[in-house]
Structures are given as structure tokens and as C-alpha cells.
Design a protein around this ligand. Structure first.
Ligand code: 0WE
Length: 262
């Protein structure tokens, strides 16, 4: 198979916590395509993990970046601006809602938990796109990660669903505005994946099994599926696709009823 060639392209990936992170799935494909990578991580406790994952990468840059702090975001892009000839790809793989907000009823979400989830999971894309704007090269791509619960109720996803709705709306508005500079912005909507963000959810294994039984392709989604779609959306092969939510979910979202087969 002929690989996509992104030699010399510069890609920043934000939100890799470990090797099962979807940000890492996309990063791996960008690396295989020859891109030069930089990563941001949240807090010193994640630094070691990222150092291990990226140990073999030439010229790889790592930054501690809390996306609730504009100064930390500015520092990342200032430094990249000094070392890179612009940015060709930006991967936003960041989401967080306080644990208790994903457990009870959505109607009981506190003001503070609601704002935290929306700030970290949705506003951060706006903040990062604004800081990256002066550095984007012609034809650059932005990819973020969403989930079908933004449109249809998935019990317990709660405030994260509303954050993903805001994120998808932001993708459309950012696509409109950055499109004037030839920059594309898209979201990947993946089926349930075994990541650390998901495994701590009670009932996740049941969801994962039910998904596999009722999706048109009768299989779960792999990290490679997500990584390859990310690579495609950050490559010239998707040159006129922007503002979209692209599903990689074995077709699950097209179903209007889920029948249990023998
Ligand atoms: O976006 C997600 C998970 C995001 C997430 C996960 C956690 C767990 C630990 C955000 N914040 C937190 N906060 C924590 O303290 N997914 C698409 C995976 C996911 O999470 C669910 C799901 C699915 C699928 C939660 C309830 C129901 C389904």
C-alpha cells in the first residue's frame, strides 16, 4: 500500500494521555506519513508517558499546557512560531467533565461542573484555533474529536453531550472563518473506544458489546480506523471537506432501530 506523504509538514497534537488516546492514534499515522510532531500534555504527571511514547521521534517538541490558561496556550504557539515554519496540522483531543457530572442525572448538573465541561471540552478549541491562526500555513487542517451523543441521547453522557454539541457548532463557525485563509476544520465522531477516558465509565463494557452487535459492520471501531480518518482529514485528499462531523462508527449512527440478532 502506498502511504500518504506528509514529509516536512508540522503537526501539533493536544491531549495525548497514553498510547490508547485517540490523539495518539492520529499522531501515529501522522508520524508514519513523515510529519514532524509536537505535543501538549496536561500537567507534569503526564510528561513521562509522552516522553516514552515519543522517545524515537526526531525533533519532537513537548509542552505542558493547561487549556484553561490563555498564557500557557500563548506560550506554546510563541515557541512553535520560533522553531517551525508555520503549522500544517492541529489535533485537538481534549475533553473533561467532573466525574460526578457523568454519574447522576443531567438535570442535577451543577453550574460549576457544567462550565468546567464546556470550557475544557469545547471552548478550548476556540482558544487554541485563535492562538494558532497566525501560524497556520495555506491548506492547514484542524481535527477535533466528538461523539454521537451530541445529537442523540446516550444515558449518562450528560453534560459531555452538550459540550460536544457546542464543539460541533464551533467546528462549523471556525471552518467558515478560517476557511478564508485556506484552513479546514473538521470533527471525527468515533464509536465507543477503549480509552482511559471511557473505561472508568460504569456499564462501558455492555455498551461496547451492544454496539458491536447492532452496528451495520458488526464490529467495534479500532484506533487505526480513527487514526487513518484523522490523517485523511489533515491531508490534501480531503481538500474541500470542512466544517464536517465525519463518522467512523461502523455505520452505527445511520440506524433508526437496533434489533438484537440471533
Ligand atoms: O467523550 C468520552 C469520554 C469523555 C470523558 C470521560 C471522563 C471519565 C473520567 C470526559 N470526562 C471524564 N471525566 C472523568 O472524571 N467518550 C465518548 C467516552 C464515553 O464516556 C461516556 C460514554 C462514552 C461512550 C460516559 C457515559 C456514557 C457513555
Amino acid at each position: 500500500m502506498v502511504n500518504l506523504d506528509l514529509t516536512g509538514k508540522k503537526a501539533l497534537v493536544m491531549g495525548v494521555a497514553n498510547k490508547r488516546s485517540l490523539g495518539w492514534a492520529i499522531a501515529s499515522e501522522l508520524i508514519d506519513a513523515g510529519a514532524e510532531l509536537a505535543f501538549t500534555y496536561q500537567g507534569e504527571r503526564l510528561k513521562g508517558t509522552l516522553e516514552k511514547l515519543t522517545a524515537d521521534l526526531p525533533n519532537c517538541r513537548l509542552y505542558d499546557c493547561d487549556v484553561t490558561d490563555d498564557a500557557q496556550i500563548a506560550a506554546v504557539f510563541d515557541d512553535l512560531g520560533q522553531h517551525w515554519d508555520g503549522i500544517d496540522a492541529l489535533v485537538h483531543a481534549i475533553a473533561f467533565a467532573p466525574r460526578e457530572a457523568l454519574d447522576g442525572r443531567y438535570v442535577d448538573t451543577t453550574r460549576s461542573d457544567w462550565l468546567t465541561a464546556l470550557e475544557i471540552s469545547a471552548f478550548s478549541l476556540v482558544a487554541v484555533a485563535r492562538a494558532a491562526e497566525p501560524l497556520f500555513n495555506e491548506g492547514a487542517g484542524v481535527v477535533t474529536l466528538t461523539y454521537h451523543a451530541s445529537e442523540k441521547v446516550v444515558p449518562k453522557y450528560n453534560v459531555m453531550a452538550i459540550a460536544k454539541s457546542a464543539l460541533e457548532g464551533s467546528v462549523r463557525y471556525l471552518a467558515y472563518e478560517l476557511g478564508a485563509k485556506g484552513v479546514r476544520v473538521n470533527a471525527i465522531s468515533a464509536g465507543p473506544m477503549r480509552t482511559i477516558a471511557a473505561r472508568s465509565i460504569p456499564g462501558f463494557t455492555e455498551m461496547y458489546k451492544a454496539f458491536e452487535r447492532s452496528a451495520p459492520l458488526r464490529r467495534n471501531v479500532t484506533h487505526e480506523d480513527v487514526g487513518k480518518l484523522g490523517l485523511f482529514l489533515l491531508s490534501p485528499w480531503s481538500a474541500s471537506t470542512t466544517g464536517e462531523v465525519v463518522y467512523t462508527d461502523s455505520g452505527y449512527n445511520v440506524m433508526g432501530m437496533h434489533l438484537v440478532e440471533e
